[in-house]
Every structure is written in structure tokens, then in C-alpha cells.
Design a binder for this molecule. Structure first.
Ligand SMILES: *Cc1c(COP(=O)(O)O)cnc(C)c1O
Length: 383
């Protein structure tokens, strides 16, 4: 059996054509496709503005910059995420403060956030882990009470809803990634959505070296004049990539509904395998299912022999299942350890880390693929 990856892109001939059309046109980088993609994206998630950036990580950095996070500041975030979520705080010279997650959803536990707030706290960066939105009403209340900026890292959650409202319009700024494993891809790419015109403006300047006008605008005005008003970066997303993104965006709903179908199939199958527990889905949210994560009840798997997640992981890989683990708690990474973060900070996340495994989930998976994954899991946990 050939290996089933944990995630992969879905690219069609229509996407290929959209990209090759741009290659025959005048603008390869900052051209009309950037605005077209931004406008279509904002309309899709229901925000006023969308700002395209060269990666999800650049998008996080831009959001942290626009929130005016700086040295001396603290930003509350979750340890159960990709390092980039917390790194954007470090880029700004500030300190990430890790707040623990709920054991059954692995979303940031809103009941613990306020204990972590100090006079230095400037923002919260929440993560819609695996595609399920966080409790945004509660996060907004906390942010409002303490005058904090709420940033949503929704790199897993494009297409998800919270109380019927779409992710992308629930926080002060919402960050998306278009890496190939995500719901839509531009190769590399990212986006920040916001309703605040000032934040959007700051991020547009930030992605272009901190310069107030771009090459195309100057051409339009017949002017050579520009000013650098902030220290920015080259975080622009080229027209080529935006054309791919626009084309991919048209199939977002189809992509998400297939993922929901596949997740429902897994959920049903695992409801009959005691040692495998899918994450809990809250009734007021509809996940976009970026990842399919289960917790392994290792005590149920083996009574007489110590089995750990590593054994299950290797056995599934041997069965041709491209399993993965999302995530090592961020502050366990050597760089964070060097900064002085101690193990034990977030016990729920640390315990969950030992039990979780990510199973394949992507648009092009066939019903047969899912059945094969379930069969392999059943075999591995019952030996
Ligand atoms: C993918 C991802 C990112 C980073 O996105 P890139 O486009 O790879 O830079 C950040 N946060 C989370 C939660 C992600 O899954």
C-alpha cells in the first residue's frame, strides 16, 4: 500500500491556467491580482479588509506589528500550536506568555487567561486548533475588559464558523496561511483580515519595507516620490501566487465540505474503538477540519506491555499511514528553553502532547483511503 500523507494540496487545471495567464501579463509581483484576491477573500470571510502577505508567518508578524506589540510587552498565547504563532511576539521584542488549553478540544482555555494578564499584557493570540474556532465571544470580552488586541491565528480554520459567524470576522485581526497543507494554497502565502482601516493601512505599509506607496501606485501617479515611515520588510505576495489563491478560493466550500464528510466518517468509526478518542467538537462551532487529531488512550491499548505514542506512530507509518503529531508544546523547543521557559508551564497541553496523533485528512482522500486508515488504526491499537 502506498503511503497516504497527512495532508496535501488540491490543484486543478483551472489553477494552472490562472497562474500561466499571469505569467503572460505585465505584472508578476504587485499587480491587479493582489487586490482581486484580497477583495474576494474579504468578501468570503465577511471582513472589511484583507491584506495579502508572503506567508502565514509574515501575516502573524504584520498583525503583531500593527497591534504595536513592542519590547516590555507580554502577549498571551497557546502552547499547542506551530512555533510561528509565538515567534511573531518575539520578532517584536515582546514576551509570549503561554496559557493552557482545554483537554478535550486543545483550544486555549478562556477560564485561565485572566490569571495571566499583567499591566504589561498587550494582546492575545488565539489559535483555532485543528480548524475548530476558539470561544471568540469570551475572548473578545476579556480583550475588552483589559484593553487588549485580539489576534486570531486561524491558519487552520479558513471556512469555519462560530455561532454562525465566519472565522475572519471575529477578532481584531485574523491570520491565515496558504501553505500547501492548508485549505487553499498559493505555494507560500498568507492573509490578515480586519475591519479596521488603520490596521489594514499599517500592514500594507509594513509588507512593503515601511514605504507609503508601492511601485504600481507611483507609476499611476507619474511620481517618483515615496517615503519610508516605518521599518518594514519585503513581505509582498506576488501576483502569480494571488492568481492561484483566487482560483483556489472558488473551491473553498467544496474543499471544506469534503473534509467535514471525511471527519464525520472517522468520528463514527472511532466511536466504536475505545482506545481512540477524537477531539470534542462544540455545538456552537463548525470546524473547517484542517487536521484530524485523536487522543490515544494508551492504558486501554496495553495492559501487560508499556506502549507509548511513539510505538503507535511507527506502526501506523509502517502500515503506510502518513501520521503526524501537532504539536510539540512551543516552549519545549530548545530556543524557548534557552529563553528560560520551563517545562511544566501548561500541564494540560504537555499531557495531551503525549497522547495525540494526527491522521490523514485532505480533499482528495477517497472513501477507500479513510477506510484503510481506520483499519490500520484498529489493527495497531488492538495488538
Ligand atoms: C501554517 C501555520 C502557520 C504559519 O504559516 P506559514 O504560511 O507556513 O508561514 C502559523 N500558525 C499556524 C497555527 C499554522 O498552522
Amino acid at each position: 500500500m502506498s503511503a497516504i500523507p497527512y495532508g496535501r494540496q488540491w490543484v486543478t487545471e483551472e489553477d494552472v491556467k490562472a497562474v500561466s495567464d499571469v505569467l503572460r501579463f505585465d505584472w508578476l509581483t504587485t499587480g491587479p491580482k493582489v487586490e482581486e484576491f484580497e477583495e474576494a477573500f474579504a468578501a468570503k470571510v465577511g471582513s472589511r479588509y484583507a491584506v495579502a502577505l508572503s506567508s502565514g508567518t509574515a501575516a502573524l508578524h504584520a498583525a503583531a506589528f500593527a497591534a504595536r506589540i513592542g519590547p516590555e510587552d507580554e502577549v498571551i498565547t497557546t502552547p499547542m500550536t506551530f512555533a510561528a504563532t509565538a515567534n511573531c511576539v518575539l520578532y517584536q521584542g515582546a514576551r509570549p506568555v503561554f496559557s493552557d488549553v482545554e483537554p478535550e478540544t486543545l483550544l486555549i482555555d478562556v477560564s485561565e487567561i485572566e490569571e495571566k494578564i499583567t499591566p504589561k499584557t498587550k494582546a492575545i493570540v488565539a489559535v483555532d486548533y485543528a480548524g475548530q474556532p476558539c470561544d471568540y465571544d469570551e475572548l473578545k470580552n476579556i480583550a475588552k475588559r483589559h484593553n487588549l488586541t485580539l489576534i486570531a491565528d486561524a491558519c487552520h480554520a479558513l471556512g469555519a464558523t462560530y455561532k454562525g459567524r465566519s472565522v475572519g470576522a471575529l477578532a481584531d485581526m485574523t491570520v491565515f496561511s496558504f501553505h500547501p497543507v492548508k485549505h487553499i494554497t498559493t505555494g507560500e502565502g498568507g492573509m490578515v483580515t480586519t475591519d479596521d482601516p488603520e490596521l489594514a493601512k499599517v500592514m500594507r505599509i509594513f509588507r512593503n519595507h515601511g514605504i507609503t506607496s508601492d511601485h504600481r501606485e507611483r507609476e499611476r501617479c507619474g511620481s517618483w516620490f515615496y517615503e519610508m515611515v516605518d521599518l518594514g520588510y519585503n513581505y509582498r505576495l506576488p501576483d502569480i501566487n494571488c492568481a492561484l489563491g483566487l482560483s483556489q478560493l472558488k473551491r473553498l466550500d467544496q474543499n471544506v465540505s469534503r473534509r467535514r464528510e471525511l471527519a464525520a466518517f472517522y468520528n463514527e468509526a472511532f466511536s466504536r474503538i475505545e482506545a481512540v478518542r477524537p477531539l470534542t467538537q462544540k455545538a456552537d462551532r463548525n470546524s473547517a477540519w484542517h487536521l484530524y487529531v485523536v487522543k490515544l488512550d494508551l492504558n486501554k491499548i496495553s495492559i501487560d506491555r508499556k506502549i507509548d505514542r511513539k510505538d503507535i506512530f511507527s506502526s501506523l507509518r509502517n502500515e503506510g499511514i502518513g501520521v503526524n503529531v501537532h504539536y510539540i508544546p512551543v516552549y519545549w523547543h530548545p530556543y524557548y528553553q534557552k529563553l528560560g521557559y520551563k517545562k511544566g508551564l501548561c500541564p494540560v497541553a504537555e499531557e495531551a502532547y503525549e497522547e495525540i496523533i494526527t491522521l490523514p485528512l485532505f480533499y482528495a482522500m477517497s472513501d477507500n483511503d479513510v477506510s484503510n486508515v481506520v483499519a490500520a488504526v484498529r489493527k495497531v491499537v488492538s495488538c
